[in-house]
Ligand binder design. Structure first.
Ligand code: FAD
Length: 472
């Protein structure tokens, strides 16, 4: 028998159900495959940093697979449709009997897999597994048998069904005997890539970050997770988005430090796990409501909103030149590192939608084009939450004030000064309103004036939402 394992967003050898299952038969020949799809990536607005991360990670994965005597084949084609032919050709060339992969739940990915199964129906057995979530989408349902629309009851049912069950990690397979491999260097992608240091592609380093986070930071997560200057979140998001680590591995390390942590819902361990359940929730939602993958709002009347869509404002927001220090510092963190703290994602998203009255989809796309951890479900969920167009998102009349948000979550201005060196001279007390200080002391500031006045913008947004709701 010859088995093919197709790697997609599960670039790891441990806790990978497709790999473990492909290797179960000791006598089978096992070959691995990755297919780059640059045109599709462009359609999905994948960032150059994420492409870089995939590339360096593939090189590591190739080494890890080589230790198991498994060859990683690499192919590139335009898009998902073409990838079906690529697989078909490989199956013929290598006389593949069985194809293994972990399911992806996004609309385009799911459609591709359905077409592939149809194409291979008479020649290759397709074995689909689930490896990137704790649970399988659509298995967590309310009393009426439907997917939850609100997070908390979803979480409660999830906890009842999952956490008490005996989950296990899929072990890394043993090295194959009698398999010789010739590894070829993974060629450069036909897609822009941008080098960065923030996430190491080496498995050992990713696991070390997870282990250290569980041992040293989880305890203080509840109090400190909202303060961007404290560096108190795990910063594992790109590993989870590309499957370098799995959520089950996260739970495994977490329970080693905090066995039965779910019994204390106030603990840091529970708060952190709660975020992993948000990830789960958004993935399940996307499967229950495929229109989310087409960037449709969950609350339909919000499609009637008359956005202002001022292009200059959009450019100023993107560049971090809005004149609101917390917004600008956050956007510069994103632009320079490909990562942004969760609290800041919420504040900057709210500013774009509720202060500038710009369509949330513009922001969603821009985030995707910059983030290393860009993930359709989490990004869409986060944007729809902030824009009040999503499931249990913030009500539309609740609008963050960018100045007081800054005062609350960066009280000393430490984060702001890190990213906006032009404000270094401004005293802490006035760091969130630097123009007031400049006026008072008569000093010119090399920093833009606020591009909108929050109180006025707020009223305009409220009217736009109310009008949209009435025309429904
Ligand atoms: P931690 O606080 O350590 O959380 C652990 C893990 O839980 C994260 O790595 C992530 O996988 C998951 N997680 C945490 N919060 C959320 C959440 N609210 N929704 C879904 N999953 C979550 N996350 C992405 O992974 N990719 C995105 O493209 C993305 N876009 C976002 C856009 C907006 C507007 C908002 C408000 C949030 C977005 N998030 C996204 C969620 C969250 O901001 C990031 O997952 C988090 O900041 C990553 O940092 P961390 O690994 O230190 O998180």
């Amino acid at each position: 028998t010859t088995n093919l394992i197709w790697f997609r967003n599960d670039l790891r050898v441990t806790d990978n159900p497709a790999l473990t299952n492909a290797c179960k038969d000791q006598n089978a020949t096992v070959i691995a495959l990755y297919i780059a799809t640059p045109e599709q990536w462009k359609m999905h607005h994948m960032s150059a940093r994420q492409a870089y991360f995939i590339h360096v990670r593939l090189t590591e994965l190739q080494k890890e697979l080589a230790e198991l005597n498994i060859q990683l084949l690499y192919q590139s084609c335009n898009n998902f449709t073409d990838s079906i032919d690529v697989i078909d050709n490989i199956c013929q060339e290598y006389q593949i009997n069985q194809l293994f992969y972990n399911r992806q739940y996004e609309f385009n990915e799911h459609k591709r897999d359905c077409l592939l199964k149809k194409k291979l129906k008479n020649s290759v057995k397709c074995i689909e597994l689930d490896g990137n979530l704790f649970t399988i989408p659509l298995t967590i349902r309310n009393g009426k048998g439907e997917m939850y629309k609100v997070f908390t009851p979803f979480r409660n049912t999830f906890l009842d069904q999952f956490i008490q069950t005996d989950y296990h990690l899929y072990e890394q397979p043993e090295p194959r005997e009698n398999q010789k491999i010739k590894s070829k260097k993974i060629p450069a992608f036909d897609y822009p890539t941008e080098k960065f240091e923030f996430f190491s592609p080496i498995t050992k380093k990713a696991l070390q970050r997870l282990e250290e986070f569980c041992a040293e930071k989880v305890e203080g997560y509840t109090e400190k997770r909202d303060i961007p200057s404290l560096d108190y979140t795990s910063q594992l998001s790109a590993y989870l988005a590309l499957g370098v680590l799995s959520v089950r591995q996260c739970l495994h390390y977490l329970t080693q430090e905090y066995p039965r942590f779910w019994e204390n819902q106030k603990s840091g361990a529970f708060s952190w796990f709660n975020e992993l359940i948000w990830r789960e929730f958004y993935q399940h939602l996307m499967v229950a409501h495929p229109r989310l993958c087409k960037h449709k709002p969950f609350i339909e009347w919000t499609d009637n909103i008359q956005w202002k869509n001022n292009k200059d404002h959009f450019e100023q927001w993107k560049a971090g030149n809005t004149g609101y220090p917390i917004i600008d510092a956050a956007m510069r963190q994103l632009n320079q590192t490909g990562w942004m703290h969760n609290r800041l994602r919420m504040i900057t998203a709210s500013f774009l939608v509720k202060d500038l009255l710009i369509d949330w989809r513009w922001g969603e796309q821009y985030f995707m084009s910059q983030l290393t951890d860009g993930d359709l479900a989490a990004n869409n969920g986060g944007w729809q939450w902030a824009a009040s167009t999503g499931t249990d998102s913030t009500p539309y009349f609740r609008i963050f004030n960018p100045t007081t948000q800054g005062q609350r979550f960066d009280p000393e201005g430490i984060f702001i000064k890190q990213w906006l060196p032009e404000l270094k001279q401004v005293p802490t007390k006035l760091i969130h309103t630097p123009h007031q200080w400049a006026e008072k002391v008569g000093k010119p500031l090399n920093y833009p004036n606020p591009i909108i006045i929050h109180d006025i913008a707020r009223k305009v947004t409220l009217e736009a939402f109310e009008k949209a709701k009435k025309t429904d």
